[in-house]
Design a protein around this ligand. Structure first.
Ligand code: M6R
Length: 608
């Protein structure tokens, strides 16, 4: 996600800001900027692209005098990557500067109100709303203005704020987006992550939700949203820089798996209004939605697997025919795109060559394309007719986890929306689906916290030669992804099969001790799956079953059972994937593989 650094002290701020931002580069970003108060006014420099560009423009910060400032590396959410959308953002007379991590969900509503009051916006960001809102509430008391703004904002935020009127003070505040503050030998510093401050201090305060900090060169006060002062204890950081970049996790993949509850929430919550699903970026009227005759989902790798899940969800819930294709196949197979076909291209990076080619092919043939994309401003996002972003944040590990989970969420949201508009489900059912969506983050967290059980199991299979994943229906879709997670990072041969296909050839591969992972979350298919488990066990397989709580029958059939919490039959993949991700991860760790950068693979496949 974006990076924040802020400093107030006796040293020139700009070089410290740039240095701190450079320590956050690993998180991914598309533009950067700093704002520094020079004693008279707040000066700002922003640049799209690498931090190096900003360093060059400011000569390492030396051209920006002043001892109070904030800096930011931006990962675009609202508005494409550009100089003007980069942070910081200023209020109308340039006397307040703000940097922001997170998403302000009600920014459109706030923006409308501010425009009515005469405020002019220069960027497409949600953050600019904060700068103008601070301006609106500011009456000479920064703390009061900040708390008033906090009461108005919905969503997540970590903010660094400076006020021209208070040249010795730096403000920081957070809600659902991390922020730390600390004292250095020369002043006070804030950052969104530990690596940015390690060079200056190892004693930091972790700001909790809805807490505000007012810092001066050598003092620091903490407040709650009622402006009452609160006490906080510093924490001593022992991590080295490498561990700090991973937030204390051993690998980015593990960190990103743990970010899933938040990424899922960030993806669904801006699209839920009360008991309704509102996907503004779809740009489709109810009439347009009703006119869709077929969906064509096109993607590669894990994004393709998300698409396979999408097929079951859309067909089952919204009763729309869905075809799913690998982008590399689609682009060369002279696809038939009849009128009424909506093409959905799914991609984390938004730059995958085959997916982009499939998008262009579809548009040339006159089809409308909806992109489900994680990287804002990427090629697929730019070239699709409409784009629905997954708010997973930057994903660094080659093996996707949180971006895949968010792709599932985007598909569920679309399916519920389509199903409702097309009269396939009632308002009451929409409400239930929304409630189930809201439960998913906690359920995912619960499964993640159960990681030791999976780690123990994985350690028994470090020497496996072949692993098979089987499932029926939507559980086949998750088997595909579970199998890919295992093979790409552990180099163990693995394949996924629709369980009903076993008898048509695959079963001859089963021998004494072969590990078979059976996924069974669909109650109406439990019996069929149990027969398949028995079939492979009779031939010597060891069976790990992933199933829903309450399915006690399976205990008699499988060797080892992992239970996932209950949800509706369409959302189970979001839970079943967690133990499968953990399994792949721990096998890879146990085998001493390079978990985050597996051999021969790249995070973004921009060539055919
Ligand atoms: O960036 P994309 O989502 O378009 O990437 C598609 C695949 O390359 C990607 O999902 C790949 O399969 C991952 N390494 C799987 O973990």
């Amino acid at each position: 996600m974006c990076g924040i650094v802020g400093y107030v002290g006796e040293k020139q701020a700009a070089p410290i800001l740039l240095d701190g931002l450079s320590k956050l580069e690993y998180r991914g970003y598309d533009s950067a900027g700093i704002a520094v108060f020079d004693g008279e006014k707040i000066n700002m420099t922003k640049a799209k692209g690498r931090l190096k560009v900003l360093e060059e423009i400011t000569h390492g910060g030396s051209t920006m005098p002043g001892v109070l400032g904030v800096g930011h590396t931006r990962w675009a959410t609202h508005g494409e990557p550009s100089d003007v959308n980069a942070h910081p953002h200023l209020n109308r007379d340039g006397s307040i500067a703000v940097v922001h991590n997170g998403i302000i969900e009600n920014y459109l509503k706030l923006k409308k109100k501010l425009v009515k009051k005469g405020y002019e916006f220069v960027s497409d960001t949600d953050t600019e709303v904060i700068a103008h809102l601070l301006d609106y509430y500011y009456d000479g008391n920064p703390l009061r203005a900040i708390t008033k703004v906090m009461h108005r904002m919905e969503g997540s935020y970590a903010l660094g704020i400076i006020f021209k009127d208070f040249p010795d003070e730096l403000y920081a505040v957070r809600k659902d987006s991390p922020l730390i503050v600390g004292h250095t030998e020369t002043g006070s510093i804030i950052a969104s992550d530990v690596p940015a401050v390690l060079k200056y201090t190892r004693d930091v305060y972790f700001i909790e939700n809805e807490e505000i900090v007012r810092m001066e060169k050598d003092s620091m006060e903490f407040f709650n949203v009622d402006e009452e002062q609160i006490e906080k204890e510093p924490v001593h950081i022992e991590w080295d820089v490498d561990a700090a970049e991973k937030g204390g996790y051993e690998h980015f993949m593990l960190k990103e798996m743990y970010e899933q509850p938040k990424a899922i929430t960030d993806t669904f919550s801006p699209r839920i209004r009360g008991n309704e699903i509102v996907i503004e970026e779809l740009n489709m009227s109810d009439e347009d939605i009703r006119a869709v005759k077929k969906l064509m989902i096109v993607a590669c790798g894990s994004a393709y697997h998300a698409g396979v899940t999408g097929k079951y969800v859309f067909e089952g819930m919204a009763r729309i025919p869905v075809e799913v294709d690998l982008a590399s196949e689609f682009r060369y197979r002279d696809p038939i795109l009849e009128e009424g076909t909506l093409v959905i291209v799914i991609s984390q990076s938004g730059e995958t060559a085959d997916s982009l080619a499939a998008l262009r092919e579809s548009r040339e043939r006159g089809a409308k394309v909806l992109g489900i994309v994680n990287v804002v401003g990427s090629s697929i996002a730019r070239e699709a007719d409409n784009v629905m972003y997954t708010w997973a944040g930057p994903e660094i590990a080659v093996a996707t986890t949180k971006a895949y989970s968010c792709q599932l969420i985007a598909l569920y949201l679309l399916a519920v929306k389509f199903a409702k508009v097309r009269g396939q489900i009632s308002d009451a059912q929409v409400k239930e689906y929304i409630e189930d969506l809201k439960r998913l983050p906690d359920q995912v967290e619960l499964l993640l916290n159960n990681k030791n059980k999976i780690q123990k199991f994985a350690n028994r299979y470090l020497a496996a030669k072949d692993v098979f994943f089987i499932g029926r229906g939507i559980d086949y879709a998750i088997s595909l992804e579970g199998s890919l997670k295992l093979k790409e990072i552990s180099y163990i041969h693995s394949e996924a099969y629709a369980a009903g296909e076993l008898k048509h050839g695959t079963i001859s591969l089963i021998e004494e001790g072969t590990l078979v992972t059976a996924v069974l979350t669909q109650e109406d298919l439990f019996k069929k799956m149990i027969s398949n488990i028995v079939e492979v066990r009779t031939r010597g397989a060891f069976v790990l079953a992933v199933t829903t709580e309450g399915n006690d029958e399976v205990k008699k059939a499988a060797d080892y059972v992992i239970y996932i919490p209950r949800t509706n039959r369409f959302f189970t993949n979001s839970l079943a994937i967690i133990p499968l991700q953990l399994f792949g991860y721990y096998i890879s760790v146990g085998r001493g593989c390079d978990v985050d950068k597996p051999r021969n693979l790249a995070k973004s496949v921009t060539v055919e």
